[in-house]
Design a protein around this ligand. Structure first.
Ligand SMILES: *[C@@H]1O[C@H](CO)[C@@H](O)[C@H](O)[C@H]1NC(C)=O
Ligand SMILES: *[C@@H]1O[C@H](CO)[C@@H](O)[C@H](O)[C@H]1NC(C)=O
Ligand SMILES: *[C@@H]1O[C@H](CO)[C@@H](O)[C@H](O)[C@H]1NC(C)=O
Ligand SMILES: *[C@@H]1O[C@H](CO)[C@@H](O)[C@H](O)[C@H]1NC(C)=O
Ligand SMILES: *[C@@H]1O[C@H](CO)[C@@H](O)[C@H](O)[C@H]1NC(C)=O
Length: 548
């Protein structure tokens, strides 16, 4: 997977990343994107999926804090393609985010080399295809960022470290058919099943462990919409990490993992040696589905086998669990996290946003909106329009800070934020579904989660956790409830904010934060990379437009 490019190419890449520290290691990846035919289960014929280096899911990227990444992505599909990096901060570098608002799509048959620095990040994340509904066909893979040698980790080295990508799956529905449905104004059908590491029928797949030892499991929900529950029957899950933050180590019998979220748990193999099910089941939906893989104790001859069971839909239990997930302040302080202060509870709030989702029909087509605005992509990536000062692509302030009149309008919605603003954002969910929101380029503090049937008010602030709230990049909002976050906008750029329910995102439930610094300095933001693809109204721009 790793490769060494020729000297000229290397020189070019060195210039691109010359803003980053030279003592950090450079890590090269060559990722080739192709279609393939894969059978997710023996009961259905092979269907078309997106492979990365011939694999489904794609290869896991093993990285270390402060690495410089140089990732050459070759698009061998017959359609444009982009990879995005869920949860990576890409400090000062939103050009590398790989979403259509920041980066031109890689045309079929072409390649593009991402270059960015992993400033102060550790933890478990994933990459995924961000365009259209390609995520429904795969193209995703795990990202694991280890601490630098010598940096303390708040638990003993586990005996093994497993990555488990889980997600809902639409057997028999090609990703282009799903896109055509959405373009036609119809919703996608309910998912058909749950995949674990690319398999639908995994009772025969097993992870082998030794009795008495402790293992780490890194679990990400890479699906399109459903919340999933993760459980290892007979075993406790000790939560240690959430999206790059070490947590207070709390034990759970099962863990809710909403779409787009990542968790690490430690599990000690303290049960009688036999086979146990690792069960992943859908939550908070009528379409019940489960899948499992086997946890196999080595040397066990026992034929006893604990079968799987369907998780229930207890929302109050889930809310209680979500509130109990907290940052371990001691552990997290040991790595210098540049993102905001740990005394976030004492910082003055510069602005409050109240964001409310809605669904509706516009021009006879299904749309979704935030504060009445349904996002439509522009003909040019917003970041490039901003850089080249191309007028008429988007308007800062085209989405209001609070929900207003009823109805939905279509707009290339961009919210302006000043560099170093400290915002309180309340997600009000009046719908009957669990929603999940993600902010690119940032972690935020989840300071409050409402009870069921509650509306946020100023009085809700009395119950905020202003001490050790979890810092993460993806949060759920329970049905008929609210979630409040604090965000320190210290990362200049154009950053996508979206529903992780992919069809809703595609049909407008997203917008961009333009985090602006008047300083015009590479200390705040790197210039446009020299190899940047140009498209739309930026395609006629010339090299001399680039900062030398
Ligand atoms: C997948 O299978 C179809 C039908 O058999 C075939 O036409 C196609 O070439 C295959 N695609 C790949 C990438 O192997
Ligand atoms: C495409 O890949 C080749 C090496 O395979 C490299 O020389 C070239 O610079 C890459 N192009 C871009 C735009 O990254
Ligand atoms: C237990 O797991 C092992 C390894 O996957 C497998 O060979 C064996 O058949 C399993 N036993 C039962 C009873 O499922
Ligand atoms: C927090 O992390 C420290 C290591 O820095 C560890 O010793 C301690 O057990 C952790 N506390 C909890 C409650 O998980
Ligand atoms: C920002 O700096 C660059 C290079 O120093 C300069 O070319 C450009 O005009 C500046 N832009 C603004 C808005 O000051």
């Amino acid at each position: 997977m790793a490769w060494w490019p020729d000297g000229g190419f290397l020189m070019m890449m060195m210039t691109i990343i010359s803003f980053v520290q030279a003592e950090d290691s450079n890590r090269f990846f060559d990722l080739r994107v192709t279609y393939g035919n894969v059978s997710v289960t023996k009961y259905v014929p092979p269907t078309r999926v997106i492979l990365i280096n011939g694999k489904f899911p794609g290869p896991e990227l093993y990285l270390v804090t402060n690495d410089n990444l140089i990732i050459n992505v070759h698009n061998d599909l017959d359609e444009p393609f982009l990879l995005s990096w869920n949860g990576l901060h890409l400090k000062r570098n939103s050009y590398q985010d790989g979403v259509y608002g920041t980066t031109c799509p890689i045309p079929p048959g072409k390649n593009y080399t991402y270059a960015f620095h992993l400033e102060d990040q550790i933890g478990s994340f994933f990459y995924f295809p961000s365009l259209a509904v390609q995520k429904a066909a795969g193209g995703f893979g795990a990202i694991r960022i280890l601490s630098r040698p010598g940096t303390p980790v708040p638990f003993p080295q586990p005996a093994g470290d497993f990555t488990i990508l889980i997600g809902d799956w639409y057997t028999g529905e090609d990703h282009k058919d799903l896109k055509a449905r959405l373009d036609g104004g119809r919703m996608i059908p309910r998912p058909y099943s749950v995949l674990i590491n690319g398999n639908e029928d995994t009772a025969s797949t097993s992870l082998t462990v030794d009795k008495g030892k402790t293992y780490r499991f890194r679990i990400s929900n890479v699906g399109l919409q459903l919340s999933l529950n993760f459980e290892i029957l007979g075993h406790m899950l000790k939560l240690v990490e959430v999206e790059g933050t070490y947590t207070i180590q709390t034990k759970f019998t099962s863990l809710d993992i909403h779409v787009g979220q990542s968790y690490s748990v430690l599990v000690t193999m303290d049960q009688p040696p036999q086979n146990y099910s690792i069960v992943v089941g859908t939550r908070f939906t009528d379409s019940r589905s489960t899948n499992r893989i086997i946890l196999h104790y080595s040397n066990s001859k026992s034929s006893k086998f604990v079968p799987n069971r369907q998780p229930d839909n207890d929302i109050d239990f889930s809310i209680k669990q979500a509130r109990s997930i907290k940052t371990n302040l001691t552990a997290s302080r040991q790595r210098q996290d540049a993102q905001g202060s740990y005394h976030y509870g004492r910082i003055k709030i510069s602005r409050t946003l109240i964001l409310e989702s809605s669904a509706g029909v516009v021009n006879r087509k299904q749309r979704y909106a935030i504060n009445g605005v349904s996002f439509v992509p522009a003909d040019t990536p917003l970041k490039l329009a901003d850089y080249f000062k191309i007028k008429g692509v988007f308007k800062v302030g085209s989405i209001p800070d609070k929900p207003g009149r009823a109805g939905i309008r279509l707009e290339t919605a961009v919210m302006g934020v000043h560099h170093k603003d400290f915002l309180e954002i309340v997600f009000q969910n009046r719908e009957k579904y669990v929603q999940t929101y993600h902010l690119d380029g940032y972690n935020f503090w989840v300071v409050g989660i409402g009870n069921r049937w509650s509306t946020w008010s100023h009085a809700s602030r009395r119950d905020y956790n202003l001490r050790d709230a979890i810092s993460r990049s993806t949060t759920q909002v329970y049905p008929k409830s609210w979630t409040a976050i604090y965000v320190a906008f210290d990362n200049v750029g154009m950053w996508n904010f979206r529903s992780e329910f992919w069809a809703r995102q595609y049909l407008g439930q997203q917008f961009y934060f333009r985090v602006h610094s008047p300083a015009n300095s590479s200390r705040d933001e790197y210039p446009l990379p020299k190899n940047a693809l140009l498209c739309g109204r930026a395609s006629n721009r010339h090299r001399r437009d680039f900062i030398p």
